[in-house]
Design a protein around this ligand. Structure first.
Ligand SMILES: [Zn+2]
Length: 277
C-alpha cells in the first residue's frame, strides 16, 4: 500500500495553571497557563480521529465533590463555555458522533476529560497506561491523576489496547518501532514512557507534506525538548517513572537536532499552541 497522508488540525480545550518552575527546571516559580491540546486527524478513508481530548465539562463535574476537588485546587482549570473539543467540532459543522477513533495518549484528566463526548468512537490506548492508573482505591487513582468517571461506562468494550509488543512498523529516531494505525504509515503510534506508563505519541504524515510528532507530556513545552530541560524533580511525584521520562525527553531532544524538519508538538506548550486557542 502506498503511503497515506492526513490533515492535522490542533486545538486547545481549556487550560490549567501551574507554577512554571515545576514544568521547566530553572524557570521562575510563578503561575503560568498551560493549554490542553487535542488534535483532529482527518484521513481520506478512515474518517476522523482525535488524539486526546483536552478538558471538557465532565472535568468540572467529576472534580466537584471531595476528594476529587483537590485536583482542581492543585491545577486550577480555565474552561469557558463551548471550549471542549466536542463543542469546537460542532462549531465548525462536525458532529462529534462522526469521530470514529479517539487515541488517548495516557489517562491524565486533561487528556481524557472529553472522552464521553464521542459516543460512537472506538478508543485506542495502552493497556499498560490504563492498568497503571486504574488499580487501587479511588484516592490512589486520584493521586495518579486519574478520574475514572471521565471515561464512558462502556469504555472497556470500546477500547483497542495497543502495547509496545504490537508495534508493527518503523518509528522515528531512537523510538525505533511504532504501531501503524491505518496500515498506510499516515499515523504511527510510538511509545514515550516515563511521564506515564505506556504513553503513546503519534507520528503524522501531514497532507501538506510536513511530518509532525505529537508527544503528549513527554515534553511539556518546546523549550523542554529543544534544550533538553526536564521538569522540576517535584513534578516527578506525579510521574510514573521520572528517570525513564528523562531518557524519553533526551531522545526527543536528539531527534529535534537530527531531524529539524520534524514538527515536535507537546500537548501543553502555550507558544506552540497560541494560534490554536
Ligand atoms: Zn499527563
Amino acid at each position: 500500500m502506498s503511503e497515506g497522508r492526513v490533515t492535522l488540525t490542533l486545538g486547545v480545550a481549556g487550560a490549567c495553571q501551574h507554577p512554571e518552575g515545576m514544568v521547566l527546571r530553572h524557570a521562575p516559580w510563578r503561575a503560568a497557563s498551560f493549554p490542553a491540546m487535542y488534535a483532529l486527524i482527518e484521513h481520506p478513508r478512515e474518517g476522523l480521529t482525535l488524539y486526546d481530548t483536552g478538558y471538557a465539562e465532565a472535568f468540572l463535574r467529576e472534580t466537584s465533590p471531595f476528594p476529587a476537588r483537590l485536583y482542581r485546587w492543585l491545577t486550577p482549570v480555565t474552561l469557558g463555555p463551548r471550549t471542549s473539543a466536542a463543542a469546537q467540532l460542532r462549531a465548525r459543522g462536525v458532529d462529534p458522533r462522526e469521530v470514529r477513533r479517539v487515541v488517548l495518549s495516557h489517562f491524565h484528566a486533561d487528556h481524557i476529560a472529553g472522552a464521553r463526548d464521542f459516543t460512537e468512537a472506538r478508543f485506542v490506548a495502552s493497556r499498560e497506561a490504563y492498568a497503571s492508573v486504574s488499580a487501587g482505591s479511588a484516592f490512589a487513582q486520584l493521586v495518579r491523576g486519574f478520574l475514572p468517571g471521565l471515561l464512558p461506562d462502556d469504555f472497556l468494550a470500546r477500547v483497542d489496547f495497543i502495547e509496545a509488543r504490537d508495534f508493527n512498523a518503523q518509528g522515528v529516531g531512537e523510538f525505533h518501532r511504532g504501531f501503524d494505525l491505518f496500515g498506510d504509515r499516515s499515523v504511527t503510534l510510538i511509545g514515550l514512557p516515563g511521564h506515564a506508563a505506556g504513553q503513546l505519541g503519534a507520528l503524522i504524515q501531514g497532507a501538506e507534506g510536513r511530518r509532525h510528532l505529537l508527544v503528549a507530556d513527554a515534553a511539556w513545552t518546546t523549550a523542554s525538548f529543544k534544550d533538553n530541560r526536564p521538569s522540576h524533580p517535584l513534578a516527578g511525584l506525579i510521574m510514573d517513572a521520572p528517570s525513564q521520562a528523562r531518557t524519553t525527553l533526551a531522545g526527543l531532544h536528539r531527534l529535534s537536532q537530527a531531524d529539524p524538519a520534524l514538527d515536535i508538538i507537546p500537548s501543553h506548550c502555550r507558544f506552540r499552541l497560541s494560534a490554536c486557542a
